[in-house]
Design a binder for this molecule. Structure first.
Ligand SMILES: [Zn+2]
Length: 445
């Protein structure tokens, strides 16, 4: 039997200059497609006095108007039902329906054609291959196959590479762990919240130590930024005795970044996406490594619902590492998505990124994985409370742990918090995405 190639990893070592000219060609093509086929995009560009032929160089790309999630919500309310006038293919070519899993606001519907779907699986295949997935892997998928895109494309990508894929959909957490043990799964994919939650359940309810009693060697983490928050990555890797790799994407954008086996940051999947970074305050382009900015993404070759210069509001930072030791030429981001332009907020006049709090809480081993931050306003004064869980075996050291927590928080975030210690297991747990940062200042008390 010949070795059938279901996917094509040929673009990941192109020199940056060649990659840029490929990106320009792909950008021109999707721009033309959207202008010709999508009434929404045609109007957006006509109103701006722009025609696809105006984009002749890489720098011209900045002339193209941006889009964002609020626009997508508005479009969805227009005719025809249910995607509004952005759809760039006849509706009978749509084969997949998903919707965004955001924790706030009306979900955005997302259509894909069969070709788009193949493309999504291919983009995940680049990531999984870079993380060492091969045809010898038995991959367990502990997620509810649902209306959210989550790990659907990852499932097909693992199949494209030739892995054996076990859909662990309707099982509960304990049954999933036992199945993984029974079948000797070598890898799985989940959100950081669930990766930690599963390890907890294995130890406490089943008496199974995932690092010793299971066969998992690598885990792909997606949906939340934890795998590139050093303290969270360390917790996950230690709990499972496995490498944990980050993977980033969003329903409307696709899978645009991944960590490789070298674990030196997040590679941008530049053969599939154009990532531009803009200064959060001035909007000017950020090209200097080490400086952070808001990410604007264009997704090439996704035809039903084109995504062109989409302002993701994700905050990212280019890495100072120019060449990754894995040999891939795709540029690296330091720390993956380090925050949301929406989430980075001023508390008591200080700029605060919620991931900084996560880093502190998870670097203190006597505390549980869960925490919650609540920001409120009393009169004109902001109040910030942090709820943490103290592990039962460390109850007596509470005073000393509290001091360490206060010091670390002040050092890393320049703020003082009202601390609340809870019993282990008291704070809410979620299996998909957790909402750990609650800003209630706009609400009456
Ligand atoms: Zn690499």
């Amino acid at each position: 039997m010949s070795d059938v190639k279901y996917w094509n990893p040929t673009l990941e070592t192109l020199p940056q200059e060649k990659l840029k000219s490929l990106q320009l060609r792909k950008f021109q093509r999707i721009l033309r497609w959207a202008y010709d086929k999508s009434p929404f995009y045609h109007r957006l560009y006509s109103d701006a006095g722009l025609e696809p032929g105006d984009i002749k160089t890489f720098d011209d790309i900045r002339k193209v108007p941006k889009t964002d999630k609020a626009m997508l919500r508005e479009i969805q309310a227009t005719k025809p039902f249910p995607y509004g006038n952005i759809l760039a293919v006849p509706i009978n070519q749509v084969t997949e329906f998903r919707q965004t899993s955001g924790t706030t606001g009306q979900p955005v519907y997302h259509p894909e054609t069969w070709q788009d779907w193949e493309w999504s699986a291919e983009s995940w295949a680049y990531a999984l291959y870079a993380q060492g997935y091969r045809s010898t892997d038995r991959v367990f998928m502990p997620f509810g196959y649902s209306i959210f895109i989550a790990f659907w494309a990852a499932h097909y990508a693992a199949e494209k590479i030739g892995c054996e894929v076990i859909p662990g959909g309707v099982l509960d957490t304990e049954a999933r762990i036992l199945k993984m043990q029974e079948l000797r799964a070598t890898s799985f994919m989940a959100t950081p919240t669930y990766i930690l939650g599963m390890a907890d359940t294995a130890r406490k309810r089943l008496g199974i130590d995932p690092a010793k009693d299971l066969f998992v060697k690598k885990i792909t983490s997606a949906g939340e930024p934890g795998a590139l928050v050093p303290a969270t990555k360390k917790r996950m890797q230690e709990a499972w005795g496995a490498k944990v790799y980050d993977q980033v994407g969003a329903t409307e954008i696709g899978h645009w970044g991944f960590e490789c086996e070298a674990q030196s940051g997040e590679h941008i999947l530049e053969a599939f996406h154009l990532v531009e970074i803009e200064d959060i305050e001035t909007g000017s382009p950020v090209t200097t490594p080490g400086r952070s900015g808001s990410m604007i993404v264009t997704t090439f070759d996704r035809l039903a619902h084109p995504c062109i210069r989409f302002d993701s509001k994700d905050v990212v930072r280019l890495s100072t590492t120019e060449q990754c030791e894995c040999g891939r030429t795709f540029r690296l981001l330091d720390g993956g998505v380090i925050g949301r332009a929406d989430d980075i907020t001023k508390v008591k006049g200080v700029l605060l990124a919620p991931t900084a709090i996560e880093e502190v809480v998870r670097s203190i081993p006597e505390l549980g994985n869960e925490y919650q931050v609540v920001v409120t306003k009393k009169g004109d004064i902001d109040d910030i409370a942090l709820k943490v869980e103290l592990l039962p075996e460390h109850k007596k050291e509470r005073k000393q742990i509290e001091e360490r927590l206060i010091n670390q928080l002040r050092l890393k975030t320049n703020l003082r918090y009202e601390l609340e210690f809870h019993e282990y297991g008291d704070l809410p747990r979620a299996s998909l995405k957790s909402r750990r940062f609650l800003d209630l200042r706009g609400q009456a008390h």
